[in-house]
Structures are given as structure tokens and as C-alpha cells.
Design a protein around this ligand. Sequence first.
Ligand code: LLP
Length: 442
Amino acid sequence: MNERETLKINAAGHLEIGGADCVSLAERFHTPLYVFDEAHIRTMMRVLRRTFEEEYGGRGLVLYASKAFSCKAIYAIAQAEGIGADVVSGGELYTAMQAGFPPEKIFLHGNNKLPSEISYALDCKVGCIVLDALSEADLVEAEAARRGVVQNVLIRVNPGVEAHTHAYIQTATTDSKFGFSVADGSARRMTETVLRLPHLRLLGYHCHIGSQIFEKEAFVLAAQKLLAFVAEIKRSIGFEAQALNLGGGFGIWYAEGDAKLRPQDYRGYLSALIAAVKRECARLSLRPPFLFVEPGRCIVGEAGITLYTVGTIKEIPNVRSYLAVDGGMFENPRYCLYQAKYSAVLANRANEPATELYAVAGKCCESGDLLGVNFNLPKAKRGDLLAVFSTGAYNYSMASNYNRNLVPPAVLVRDGRAEYIVRPQTYEDLVRNDVLPNFTDR
Ligand code: LLP
């Protein structure tokens, strides 16, 4: 396993990622640019996969939550590392299929899967569909019956544990668009319904309690609640779940205040879950189920950085200094959406002391278009190269063409080599689907 540091500063004082000098990357691929370190991604996948192998007799499968970063290359890497993938739309499924990903290792999620997506998933022969609504069970049943197949399914349940970044709460009934509540009996009623449908094979249950969570206890509590529910269903209707999917959500480092874990430290999260499952199964006389987890952020988040060229700098005395870059909310909307924190360095002068405080602004026509307001950096000037850390998850995947800016390309770096995994968009791409209607006078 490659334990090399993802990021370091080289002799020239430049930031390096995966052995590649960021200044050279920016010269070759231009900015803004998403850069991913392949070794980091593979190490994360491997650490989690091996934990199942070594601590649970291989009776578990890691599913990469591809909403965090979906493109053909990431599915190819996941496949090579022997893990599965979770997809939440026809588009993610299509991308995985185009990458040649084994469909039996694909789980389809979503609170409102379109009939066309369900039909496509059955055409692809996905391994499992996670049911999120009563009407969805009927749709999957009909599609499976039409094909004369039996489709594996899980039921998404709401175990009454909700985790937020630095806290978790237990709730009796949860106000969520996702899943069936354990507390109000709807998860049990859904179980009875699904068991009656001849073309559905109910493997068990799924839950996901939140994202960017550091507390192992929150995951453990959710597993305990899920197993208590499994035991109750076994006792009352005689169905014993053979598989549980405990979702994703492991937290990553973004900025000061976040725990900084090494890839191998994530083993601890899975170990705690596995231990809790074994303990609860023994206590409740259940057969330990096959386990799935579906982390996204921790696999790709810290593996990725974004490189920008510094443009205008506006110093407003006694107010703040704005440093504008060639990106913005169109390629990283997370500060705008969640006030997400990030940290950064000037990649071309990474050794220099950070003496200034900047608000980093994007180039969109909107005052709120910021990447954050608290970046400690050396005094910056036009042409400097800004590297923002931990942008590998939910940046590219949430990018848009707002203001008709181009979604930046992504490159994968490995031992100093770099190649596109997502090529640059062009202006022609922007107008590719535009049509001038015939009835409009010109
Ligand atoms: N499984 C399910 C059912 C999920 O809903 C999610 C994330 C995951 C797995 C993966 O969670 P992760 O390991 O990546 O935390 N756009 C937001 C994050 C939304 C997460 C949605 N669900 C952000 O940028 O922070």
C-alpha cells in the first residue's frame, strides 16, 4: 500500500500533489483545475476493503458513494480495488456502465427514482435497488416481472439517529424525505409489503445518518438501532435480514478545527461498526449480516485539490481584502450552500509565511460568490497560484455552467505523472444543445 503523503512542499517551494509540482500542472493544464491523487484514493479504498477482510471474514463490501465524484476513471479505480459503487441517478449509473463497472456491484439509491431510471437499472442488471417508497416497490416489481427476474432490494429505514457535523441527535420520528421510519411502524409495513412481492428479494435494510461525521458513536448507535429493528422484525414476522447497509458519512479534514486523520485511521470507523454489529448480533441471537458501507467524501475528498490563478485583489481598508480567482461557485458551490470551510496555500510560494487574511471570491456576477472568507495566505499578487485543499468530494460533482463559465477539467496524478480524467469543456460545448426555435422572428 502506498503510504506516501498526498501533499508536500518541494525544494522549489512549490506545492506538490502525488509527486507532481502544482506550478507545472497549472502551466500544462491551465486553471481552474481539479487535481486528484490516485494513490490517496486507492489507499482509502484499500484500507476500508481490508478491514472487512481482516475483521469480518470478508463478509462486507465497500460501495463508493459516487455522488461525491463521478466520472469514468473513478469507477475504473473502484473496480480495480475490488469495491462496489452506489449510484443515485440514471446518469451516474450510465457513467459507471460506460466505465465497464460490474453491475452486480452497483446499488441504486434515491428518494424519487424515475420509472425510466428503474427500468434502466433492471436493464443493466444492477446488484441491488434501495427502496425508498411504497410506490417504488410496485414499479420495481412490475419491471422485474416483465423481465422474468427477481431483483435484490434493501429498504431504506430511518433509525432515528441524525448526525450533524459535530453532533448527533436521536429522534423518535424524523422529518426527512428519505426512508421509512422505524418508530412509526412504516418500516415494518414496508417490509411486509415487499415480502409479498414475488419478483423482489428483500436482503435487508439500509440507513444513512448524515455526512461529514467524526463521531464513531453516532455510527455505532445507528447500527444498534438497526439491529434492534432487525430483531424485532424477526420476532414479529419471521423475516431475518441477511444484509445491512450502514451508509456513508465519515468526516474529513477541510480546515482548522477538523480532525486530521491519515487514510489508515479510517479503519477505526469500520472496526467500531463491525464490533458493534458482532456484539449486538450475539446479544440478540441474530446471524451477523453481510455488511455494506458507502463512503464517498472520505475516499476522494482529501485526495483532491483545486488550483486557481489569482486575478484581481481588492483591499477595502478596515473591512477586508478580496482575492479573486478564476473559479467560484460554478465549480465549488459548497461555501455558498453550506458555509463550508476550506484552507489554501499559494502553491507557487508554499514556504512563505501566511501574513494576510483574505476572502477568496469567484468570478461570478454575484456578491455571494465566495469560496470562503478566512484564508490565511502570504501577501498575494495577480498571477499567483492558489491551491485549495480537500476539494475532491462534492465539487466537480456539484459544478454548473452558471454565468456560462466552463466546468474545469480534472486530472489524475500518480507518482508525478498527470493525465486528464475529465477533459476541459469548450465554448462549443456550452451551445451544443442550444436551439433557435423556428417560430421566433429573427
Ligand atoms: N449514502 C447515502 C445514502 C448518502 O445520501 C450519502 C451522501 C452517502 C452515502 C455518502 O456520504 P459521504 O460518505 O460522502 O459523506 N453535497 C454535500 C454532501 C451531501 C451528501 C449526501 N449524501 C456536501 O457537499 O457536503
